[in-house]
Write a new protein. Structure first.
Length: 383
């Protein structure tokens, strides 16, 4: 009998305990909207500012000028006056070729001219003598005409001799190979002491212009009308970023647009010019180009993380003055990096949730911390 009473009392206590424990936990704090435990969130305050409108495109760095240096004469390389990777200016000496064969050619041409000049002078003396004799009817006119032709022949020969002299001097000039442009020297293709020829297929070295330098990138053809219209009134600027779109490498300007659309990709090639004073851009380097098309003035700007999407609308969670979350439908047509411009549905100075949205719904009680504020219990040391 006593055992039966103890079993009944134990069962009643078991059924009563969970119910009272649940009621106590509800009184201490729950997740309901009225008086429940608040949800911790991180929020950001919307602001009014200017939002740039960029057109992105994948591109590569291209040198305006690339020259393969070749020899114009045959001979042995006596001196290499550059080091690989050196920055050279236009006119700087690069390579010297043995000039002695051409110096001999110059001396021979000068000697030939001196001989022909002497012959011309003698022919001129005879010409004057024949003119006197012809006037005295001492010689026939045919003899005078022959002498005149001889003088003309020597005069032409001297011109040919002078051309040979100029050619020899030109070969001597070609023995000193200078840089045709200002740029960076690549790896040399021949070494000192080698015999080179003007007909060699491979060059001696390649020089690439680095300042200024170009970036060629592709933009969707749908943006072409807006870009062309903007180019008529102002110069458009371009920012070049690295592969990860995190580091800005250089800033330049739009130079020109290609004359046709690539039908396979639906894009147009754009060419920008960059001064590249710090040599941040290198030929054939991959870059992310961003063409600044316009600037949206006085836009309401919020972090992109605050914008949520559903099948029906685009919305954000706004933290109201009573620390409750409100679902607000917004319209946003421009996103730039980590920020988005809101066209309607939000005013400057309102707090929007950027972290913790997965636990929110309309009217949820929140515990808000603005971006930039320290976490609870963390001490901030200011220097």
């Amino acid at each position: 009998m006593w055992m039966l009473l103890l079993c009944v009392a134990g069962g009643a206590a078991y059924l009563w305990y969970p119910r009272t424990e649940g009621q106590a936990s509800t009184q201490k704090g729950g997740s309901d909207k009225s008086g429940g435990r608040s949800v911790p969130v991180v929020a950001s305050t919307s602001r009014r500012g200017d939002m740039p409108v960029y057109l992105p495109g994948l591109g590569s760095v291209t040198a305006f000028n690339t020259v393969t240096v070749r020899s114009r004469v045959d001979g042995q390389i006596m001196k290499i006056a550059f080091t690989e990777g050196q920055l050279v200016k236009e006119g700087d000496l690069l390579i010297e070729i043995d000039p002695r064969p051409f110096q001999v050619m110059l001396e021979q041409a000068e000697a030939t001219k001196a001989r022909d000049v002497a012959l011309l002078q003698n022919a001129l003396v005879d010409q004057e003598r024949y003119k006197v004799l012809f006037g005295q009817e001492a010689i026939p006119k045919q003899q005078l005409d022959t002498q005149l032709a001889t003088v003309a022949q020597y005069q032409a020969t001297i011109k040919s001799d002078q051309a040979a002299i100029d050619n020899a001097k030109l070969q001597l000039i070609y023995c000193k190979i200078t840089s045709p442009l200002t740029g960076r020297i690549g790896l040399r293709l021949v070494d000192q002491g080698n015999i080179i020829h003007a007909t060699d297929v491979n060059g001696l070295v390649v020089i690439t212009q680095l300042q200024p330098i170009a970036v060629i990138f592709n933009i969707a053809e749908d943006s072409l009308p807006a870009v062309r219209k903007k180019m008529q009134t102002e110069t458009l600027h371009i920012d070049a970023y690295d592969r990860d779109l995190k580091k800005k490498l250089a800033q330049g300007k739009l130079l020109t647009i290609d004359n046709q659309i690539d039908q396979s990709t639906g894009t147009v090639r754009f060419k920008g010019q960059f001064e590249n004073e710090d040599n941040a851009l290198f030929p054939n380097q991959f870059v992310n180009a961003r063409l600044l098309l316009d600037m949206r003035r006085n836009a309401v700007i919020i972090p992109t993380a605050a914008i949520q999407h559903s099948a029906q609308s685009t919305f954000v969670y706004v933290v109201k003055a009573d620390n409750t979350a409100e679902v607000r439908t917004v319209v946003s047509t421009l996103t730039e990096g980590d920020e988005a411009a809101v066209d309607s549905g939000l005013e400057p100075g309102e707090n929007v949730v950027i972290d913790g949205v997965d636990k929110l719904q309309q009217g949820t009680k929140v515990s808000m911390r603005l971006t930039g504020e320290p976490l609870p219990g963390h001490k901030v040391t200011r220097g």
